[in-house]
Design a protein around this ligand. Structure first.
Ligand SMILES: [Zn+2]
Ligand SMILES: [Zn+2]
Length: 411
């Protein structure tokens, strides 16, 4: 039996993932996301599906699942942690749509219905849908991130979602698994991360330097994963540390699911070493602190803008960027032009700005190593705007497919 796969989004872009599969007599949507750009962009409308499988909570993978459920009332297979954080992100994206005047692709009750349709799975579980056997593996990208291995008539297809293949402070690395077909993300095709330990060391040295010269350190972070990774890194530093934004509530949720963390105790201890901004009134106190970790990873929204006003004209202070800055975001403008949009005005940022690579994705060499260890016959590369370098390095040894949107492939 072959497996048919057709991308309705996310084949050649990082965002709006949607992989429609026809396997074991069932129609399955693996991820149905949206790109939270301005305005947001969506995958193509999906035909009726029997099931959805969700790898992880990031909106570019999860954001349109309620649209699917509102039409087809399908079951959603994922783990409880992913479901809980997806729910928070889905509500948040509706809030943003309302505030910005974007069309809302679904409503609150569709999110509720989606959560009611979740069939909870854990790593290591094996389930049967139709004639298909599905194994759940850890993806190492963020806590709860899953890879799905679909086995149809003895032939296995591993769908990775987003993966990282090194241990970070927060999660254990994804482990390769022998398969016939490998559908793998290629975000960092052709690019390498600097050594993680070295990056961590440089980051901590910069924090120390800025505080010793009398400045403040502002660290904008994605709420999911990056905030907690940075908190754990800063644990043990003797500074007055503050935490603000959605990263705070996500950290709380993580503590309820210690089984998804590499070292739950380290996060517990790190949380205790931070003061939390529980009410907006507490921000004036936080501004007097030495380190502020806050949500608004791309500097576009969230409490980060409050703090930027505080440091932007102080040459002793620094903004330390810890994540990828997408096009058309304030963060990208800051890195490229040294200015930002603050309350509708483009303003020059006069404090120090540095960028550190704490990526949660495998880089080119890590992907190649992972792929060799899976030793598949066919490879399909998705979730990437840099697929050619991977194609070049792999096509001598494997049948490598760079899927096009809307085209059906049989594996
Ligand atoms: Zn992701
Ligand atoms: Zn992604």
């Amino acid at each position: 039996m072959t497996i048919k796969i057709r991308f309705l989004g996310g084949a050649d872009v990082v965002g709006r993932m949607a992989a429609l599969m026809d396997a074991g007599g069932r129609s399955i949507m693996v991820e149905y996301g949206m790109s939270p750009t301005k305005p947001p962009s969506y995958p193509l409308p999906a035909p009726k599906v029997d099931y959805a499988f969700l790898t992880h909570c990031h909106l570019d993978h999860s954001g349109m699942i309620p649209w699917l459920v509102s039409r087809y009332d399908n079951d959603v297979f994922t783990n409880p942690l992913t479901a809980e954080i997806s729910e928070m992100l889905m509500y948040d994206s509706l809030k943003i749509a309302k505030a910005e005047g974007y069309p809302e692709p679904y409503n609150e009750s569709d999110i509720e219905r989606t959560m009611g349709n979740v069939i909870p799975m854990e790593f290591g579980d094996v389930i049967e849908v139709g004639e298909l056997e599905v194994h759940m593996h850890s993806g190492g990208h963020i806590p709860g991130a899953m890879m799905f291995e679909f086995i149809d008539d003895g032939r296995s297809t591993l769908y990775t979602g987003d993966i990282h293949t090194i241990n970070t402070r927060l999660v254990a690395a994804a482990k390769p698994s022998k398969c016939d077909n490998l559908i793998i993300e290629g975000t960092y095709g052709g690019r390498l991360h600097p050594d993680r330990k070295k990056t961590e060391k440089e980051f901590l040295e910069k924090v120390k330097e800025v505080i010793e010269r009398g400045g403040k350190v502002l660290i904008p972070c994605f709420a999911v994963g990056r905030t907690q990774e940075i908190m754990m890194l800063l644990n043990g530093t003797p500074y007055d540390k503050w935490l603000d934004g959605m990263g705070r509530s996500i950290s709380k949720v993580y503590m309820q699911y210690p089984e998804y963390l590499l070292n739950p105790n380290a996060l517990r201890v790190a949380r205790r070493s931070f003061n939390e901004v529980k009410r907006p009134q507490m921000r004036s106190k936080a501004r007097k602190g030495e380190i502020i970790v806050t949500t608004g990873g791309m500097l576009d929204g969230g409490p980060v803008l409050n703090y930027i006003k505080n440091v932007k004209d102080d040459p002793l202070s620094a903004i330390l960027i810890t994540g990828y800055q997408a096009e058309d975001t304030n963060g990208r403008m800051l890195l490229e032009k040294g200015s930002m949009n603050i309350d509708g005005n483009i303003e020059k940022i006069n404090c120090e700005v540095q960028r550190y690579d704490f990526s949660a994705h495998a880089d080119h060499e890590q992907l190649i190593r992972f792929i060799h260890a899976c030793d598949p016959e066919n490879i399909m590369i998705m979730h990437s705007e840099h697929r050619e370098p991977l194609f070049e390095d792999l096509s001598g040894d494997y049948n490598v497919i760079l899927p096009e949107l809307e085209r059906t492939y049989e594996l």
